[in-house]
Design a protein around this ligand. Structure first.
Ligand code: SF4
Ligand code: SF4
Length: 317
């Protein structure tokens, strides 16, 4: 039988910063209830795909045809070594480098191949934001951290600047994961710092107000957009792609380890692109610079809209 220790060591060799394994089961009722309530309040804005596959979300064992038994949850740090100059239009630091979907998928396949070398009948499925899975719940259940008031998974060692990649396995694993206590305590820094009031409860985000939705997902889900993003008092805080504010103020990120992965190194163009450069950018240049970046999700049209909105709000304020 595979052990979580063997899996953790294979995950480190594949390039992950942390890893835990947890036996899969149906989601607890209270977790399901809060997700349903989040949907009922339409906090998912135009991301209608969140409403689909309720059965699989409630019971991730259904995510593999033959039945998944174990979730191997991995963390990959993107805490940046340096930031964009503050006078430039800001991009959330998760998008400084290569698209994490590509990076994590490759590493998860490598991890699966290593495990299959010891268990040839083992089957697996890799998931990076692409399936109806409550990744942060399962990461916490795998002992990797806790869900902060800003909704992010927080690791004591890595903070919250981490991507979560999941490998579902067809076999049981001897798991030794111990869930960690929630260490937010009385802190409410993320709630106070959010420029749009998007943090509406303990770990609950109203995407209709969140800049990560209104600068990215709105353009990625254009037909589904229900004008939720049109909050009248919208602010951008200088961001044209995503937002890091509720993570930036989190004390757990202050001394978090910087893994400095090559894939996460900042594209050099992000050190110089001004608002005017963005507005003048051709489709060809956008593809050349951001063809392998998460920024392509917002589309060039979306990025230009975001720059115009940021400029307009700067003038108004
Ligand atoms: S990402 Fe920005 S807008 Fe969204 S909840 Fe965090 S601070 Fe608020
Ligand atoms: S800022 Fe404070 S409340 Fe918010 S996630 Fe971090 S520790 Fe928790």
């Amino acid at each position: 039988m595979l052990t979580s220790e063997l899996i953790q060591s294979a995950a480190r060799a594949a390039g992950f910063d942390a890893c835990g394994a947890v036996a899969l089961s149906a989601l607890p009722d209270d977790v399901l209830r809060s997700f349903d309530e989040w949907i009922r309040r339409r906090y998912h804005a135009g991301m209608r795909y969140m409403e689909r596959h309720a059965q699989k979300r409630a019971d991730p064992r259904l995510l593999m045809k033959s039945g998944a038994r174990t979730a191997v949850v991995t963390l990959f740090s993107y805490k940046p070594q340096r930031r964009q100059p503050p006078h430039l239009p800001q991009v959330s630091c998760y998008a400084y480098g290569t698209d994490y979907h590509e990076t994590l998928k490759q590493k998860l396949w490598r991890l699966l191949a290593t495990l299959q070398a010891t268990q040839p009948t083992l089957r697996g499925r890799t998931l990076v934001d692409t399936a109806p899975l409550q990744e942060r719940y399962w990461a916490a259940a795998a002992g990797l951290g806790w869900r902060g008031k800003n909704g992010m998974l927080i690791s004591q060692e890595l903070g919250s600047y981490t991507f979560i990649g999941v490998l579902l396995l067809s076999q049981e694993v001897a798991c030794s994961a111990k869930p960690q206590p929630n260490r937010c305590g009385a802190c409410t820094r993320c709630i106070s710092a959010c420029p749009t009031g998007a943090i509406v409860g303990n770990g609950s985000i109203n995407a209709r107000r969140c800049l990560s939705y209104s600068t990215i997902e709105k353009y990625a889900n254009p037909l589904n957009d229900d004008a939720a993003n049109a909050a009248k008092d919208e602010k951008t805080a200088g961001y044209i792609f995503g937002c890091d504010i509720c993570q930036e103020v989190c004390p757990w990120n202050k001394n978090a380890k910087v893994a400095a992965h090559g894939e996460m190194q900042m594209l050099p163009q992000l050190l110089t692109l001004t608002a005017e450069d963005w507005l003048a950018m051709s489709a060809e240049d956008f593809e050349k610079i951001f063809g392998h970046s998460p920024i392509k999700r917002a589309t060039l049209h979306g990025m230009k809209e975001n720059v115009r909105r940021m400029k307009k709000l700067k003038i108004e304020n």
